[in-house]
Ligand binder design. Sequence first.
Ligand SMILES: Cc1cc2nc3c(=O)[nH]c(=O)nc-3n(C[C@H](O)[C@H](O)[C@H](O)COP(=O)(O)OP(=O)(O)OC[C@H]3O[C@@H](n4cnc5c(N)ncnc54)[C@H](O)[C@@H]3O)c2cc1C
Length: 427
Amino acid sequence: MDGAIETYSGWGRAHFATGPVAHPRTVREVDPGKPAFGNRRSYGDAPLNHGRAATDMTALDRIVAFDPVSGLLTVEAGATLGDLLRIYAPRGWKPAVVPGTGFATVGGAIGMDVHGKNYRDGAFGDHVTAITLLTPAGEREITPNSGAIWKATVGGLGQTGVITRATLQLAPCPGTAMLVTERRARDWKEHLEMLGSDAPYIVGWIDATATGAALGRGIVEEGQIVRGITPKAKAARTIPIDAPHMALNPAVVQAFNAAYYARVPKAGRSSVRTLETFFFPLDKIHDWNRLYGKRGFHQFQCVVPLDQADVLKQMLEKIAAAGVASPLAVLKRLGPGNGNFMSFPMEGWTLAVDMPNRPQVKPLARELERMTFEAGGRIYLAKDALAKGSSIRAMYPHHADWLDEVTKADPDGLYATDMVRRLELRS
Ligand SMILES: Cc1cc2nc3c(=O)[nH]c(=O)nc-3n(C[C@H](O)[C@H](O)[C@H](O)COP(=O)(O)OP(=O)(O)OC[C@H]3O[C@@H](n4cnc5c(N)ncnc54)[C@H](O)[C@@H]3O)c2cc1C
């Protein structure tokens, strides 16, 4: 099963790593002694294992059982959330929480305890009712009543074993289309107010190049699932080559962002989209990361408590001043955390910003990391490739509980990945 040496990279393409990758096609073929990864949609080094072995779980994507009355679905860990949405929405069900890419697998969504645009519904792990974990000691089924091993597994970076299957409580899905209302937010204050609306799905795009009175301006999108309408699906497009280094220079980004902001009329507008277009807007542009050129990019994402929103404003000022703002900057609310030891979501505001990989980004990221910590917030490990281990361990107050459980489950450190080593999460 061990394939030839392959090259694989984190989504941000700032990291490249090689190692023998196994591609099991059945659960029996899974080697329990190697770290698992899904579609490697984490931007940093969480799903990388430089020079060491790893298991690609994506071929394990079978539906094991589905109850159309309760919406309980047991599925192999390599199934993608996009496929589950496409299969089950026409039957009245959907994954309760999906991130901004449908390429995320069930295993990866558990490993990062991903969040979506519906903050009132919590994180992905809040809707998982059972997980099958494989370790060299054997197979084990865990549930939310299993105590510390559950809390260490959900959001636990794959360090307690290979997730081969999970049972998900799907959420009712009243239709297959999304009624989307877009409105301009003229500044920071208005943006935060609009993100507090009671729409079921809500997300803010921020013009990260805006400064002064316009800082924080953007477009707030509210979504509501509707039935009886079938919007046309748009064909996927591909970025065929790595864009030249200068393609995303500050002047281009500023012009693009101004046009993007102005395309929504002052009075706002409504349209109907497919669920995929609303939930996974970038998935229709294959290889969009090539827009950042060969050097790739970094994404910085943090969450800070509700009363610390101004810190995010200061971060945007620093990003604009460093000339590394890109068209991709997102502001969302997050609901209360779920107590899983390394789970990212906590009640607050989360800001995610892509930055082309230029020399000024590393010191800037350090500064943003410091500001996050001082505000009582935390950095999202699915997006990180630059943080310091000491900060991460301090930002995640249950790190020691996680480490205890991980050490019990994997005493030989078989599942350690590049991220775990870089951040010294297991030492
Ligand atoms: C365009 C885009 C938008 C995004 N938007 C969001 C968002 O809105 N919200 C959000 O929360 N995240 C978001 N993300 C991040 C993404 O959802 C997470 O990184 C997710 O973990 C990716 O899933 P994956 O299957 O590719 O996992 P990978 O990146 O391959 O792995 C993630 C982690 O899970 C572990 N893992 C994976 N599979 C298994 C398994 N079977 N058993 C044990 N461990 C496993 C890996 O070791 C790794 O630590 C986005 C990413 C992209 C590219």
